[in-house]
Unconditional design. Structure first.
Length: 90
């Protein structure tokens, strides 16, 4: 097997790992959004400073998870483009 083919297989493994990480983070994001929704609702109903602080924290968690998910997608897309270029040259 040639060097390019080995690189293509290695990229495939990295892509598969990123796909799995994306899947897991997307599932976690669903849960975080539910928690955030509950925290925002509690803060609106109770008007408690502690509930408002919790709502801010959960909103930050959701934003962080969304940024991380976008980063994983960008990394995966870059690797897929690189893999596709190598395949075309093969």
């Amino acid at each position: 097997m040639g060097r390019r083919a080995t690189r293509i297989f290695r990229l495939g493994d990295e892509i598969a790992a990123l796909v799995e990480a994306e899947r897991q983070l997307a599932e976690e994001l669903v849960m975080l959004r539910h928690i955030d929704d509950d925290a925002r609702r509690d803060a609106a109903v109770s008007e408690s400073p502690l509930d408002r602080a919790d709502a801010r924290e959960t909103a930050a968690d959701v934003a962080r998870a969304e940024r991380n998910l976008a980063d994983l997608r960008r990394r995966r897309e870059r690797l897929e483009a690189k893999r596709d270029r190598l395949i075309r040259r093969l």
